[in-house]
Ligand binder design. Sequence first.
Ligand code: PNW
Length: 485
Amino acid sequence: EFIEDTITYGSFPPGFIWAAATASYQVEGAWNVDGRTPSIWDTFVRTPGTIADQSTGDDACLSYYLYEQDVALLKSMGVSHYRFSISWSRVIPTGVGASNPLGIQYYKNLIAALKAAGIKPMVTLYHWDLPQVLEDQGGWQNPEIATWFEAYADLCFEQFGADVEYWITFNEPWCQSYLGYGSGSKAPGIKQSGTQDYIATHNQLRSHAKAYRLYELKYKQTQKGKVGITLNISWAEPEDNSTSAAAAAERSLQFAGGWFANPIWGPNGDYPQVMIDLIGRKSTAAGLPQSRLPVFTEAEKTELKGSSDFFGLNFYSSEIVREELFDDTLVDYTTDKDAVAYQDKENWYGTASTWLRITPWGIRRMLNWIKERYNNPDVIITENGMSDRSGFLDDSMRIYFYKYYINNVLQAVQDGVNVIGYTAWSLMDNFEWERGYLERFGMHYVNFTDPARPRIPKASANYYARLIQKNGFGPEEICDSANVY
Ligand code: PNW
């Protein structure tokens, strides 16, 4: 379906957050240095057949050593915030128990360097790198993990909280649950969709709520920060104007986003009714004694409801959805929703990532969906960006991407959506999970064969810097890239 990319003029609200993001395993390197123990990603990258180019994040961008360079790049872009994540196994090498002063010192140094540059930290507690020692005890399958996570969060709030304005408990729990325990394309590589992915989400949500309530009780009054969660949702566009396609698209959004958002922003602290109904019915059909979708206690629902000060959204792409009624006895998250999704390869430009096609209009529709379903919460776009293979410094396609996506964010603001911030993924090229170094998302080029890992700005970094400076779009925003080189 062809949907035109349009540009509107206007400014973002004063004080709008402009950020760039990375994640610990994707940039830090130093995987076995200063007491850090392996995470599930260190194990996964050493499992044959998992990573497209057989690479690892052992060194990645070497940000453990070169963080001052990263801060300099951020400063030259003029961002207000830097979104990075903490490696759990660096700060608590045994997962639960004693903290590691050297690991803690790294993040203190990074935060101090940011402060000196006038940049505020936006910190993710969990960006997929669970200590392996905890996975050995069941990881996100073990309900005990909520107390382990709470203790880890407590340490981070205590050690870093004085300087952190925004905390994100979980980055994309959908990816951890479905890709980690369902399809198995990400660590820990378990393929038990329809059961383990639901349990992984259940325990991440329980963990999130505990961390949120802990902060509320113990730190909020003094540290005055905000705690939220980041969800990744692709926009689901109905295939045609049939009622079945509209319902299928909505189910798709509920299974991807509502799965996490409804317990937090919904009316009753629980999963979306459509998931409870469908998975319950299919579990019965398969002869199971109870639903494959776990059940929250009343106390857990109370703890979950309202447990986020902002809605973190990672947005990349869109899909076209239609109804497809699958056999009720199948055990699989992807068939539970009775819908199928695909992308329009004729009309939507591709990127180096198969799942990512350029749909700027999708972010505006996605933001309006969040506004309507969840009573217009504050939204921070915590990731948005695109990949290429070349790493060319003249990355005009990436400029196109940012220009039109960010302009659609502006259009959503004009629609009345409470978007309070925007974050580009990524500050620099980095270890792109199971795709290794084949897909580059950076606004800065990183040469991974040079031991010094030099970072070089791409044209998109200059474009983003100029956009931040203007805090919006004006008539000078012509369709011509000459003004950015
Ligand atoms: C996000 N999908 O992952 C992650 O938060 C980043 O660490 C990652 O580097 C970035 O996006 C680019 O991949 C996603 O299949 C992975 O829709 C997969 C999807 C979305 C986001």
